[in-house]
Design a protein around this ligand. Structure first.
Ligand code: SAM
Length: 246
């Protein structure tokens, strides 16, 4: 069966749901917080893996970093390119699957924001993607990965969700399966008489599981946070954020 994330129609239909104006705008503050955590200076080389429409790629370029955005979805890379051209920003964009993208010893820092990880059926593919990131970082380089942690999902689990954005309604029906290893969210979009349904399947990582995956991928040191502010990964966490050093 085809992997859910290889469905271009999914990324097109749900683009406005995922990348609202507020979320696009939030990238500026997220990059501020990232820079406070990482202390890297331009023109350091940054890899934005699973960059989507380039929210962070573009923001790093505006701040004169040398930035490479990698994503499997052509449509999003085209959007990022259009903004970069309009603003006269130099960015590199690569259409690639994270299981195959690797550029040895090339980046001072790498980011993987907004749950752009945990999509593969086979957990060894997750390890492969993390090994590629490790290889692509320079010695001493660091990775930031931001996902929905298993502890957070468990504490706030709701079988159903509902959002209205303008004339569009999106319903989410969720189920945990595979012994809490994975979560399926069935997204149904309804707009007038139009209806589109697709499932998002995520491998859920606890803090400890993400830390061991990163160590297994070769990273020397891993720290966990619950917010980009650097707050601990604890009962108040909003996100699971791992920072790993090569
Ligand atoms: C939820 S979006 C996050 C985008 C971006 N990081 C952000 O913060 O706006 C997930 C992204 O991962 C990309 N993606 C999904 N599977 C991928 C894969 N196997 N390799 C590379 N990119 C992938 C999708 O195309 C999508 O742009």
């Amino acid at each position: 069966m085809a992997e859910w994330f290889s469905n271009d129609e999914f990324w097109a239909r749900f683009e406005d749901y995922m990348f609202t104006p507020a979320r696009l705008e939030a990238a500026r503050a997220e990059v501020d917080r990232f820079l406070a955590l990482f202390d890297v200076q331009p023109p350091a080389a940054i890899l934005d893996l699973g960059c989507g429409p380039g929210r962070h790629t573009l923001e790093f370029a505006r701040r004169r970093f040398k930035v490479t955005g990698v994503d499997r979805t052509r449509r999003y890379l085209d959007k990022a390119r259009a903004v970069a051209d309009a603003e006269g920003l130099a960015i590199e964009l690569v259409e690639s699957d994270m299981r195959s993208f690797v550029l040895p010893d090339s980046f001072d820092a790498a980011i993987n924001f907004f749950t752009a990880f945990g999509y593969f059926d086979d957990p060894t593919d997750d390890l492969k993607a993390m090994r590629n990131l490790h290889t692509s970082l320079k010695s001493g380089g660091r990775l930031l990965i931001d996902v929905a942690g298993k502890e957070i999902i468990a504490a706030r689990y709701q079988p159903r969700g509902f959002e209205r954005r303008g004339d569009t309604i999106v319903l989410e029906e969720r189920r945990v399966f595979d012994g809490w290893k994975r979560l399926e969210s069935k997204w149904t979009m309804i707009r007038g008489t139009e209806r589109y349904e697709s499932s998002v399947i995520l491998r859920l990582y606890s803090g400890a599981e993400l830390e061991s995956l990163l160590l297994q991928a070769g990273f020397a040191q891993v720290e966990l946070y619950g917010r980009l502010s650097g707050a601990p990964y604890d009962q108040n966490a909003e996100r699971l954020i791992a920072v790993a050093r090569k």
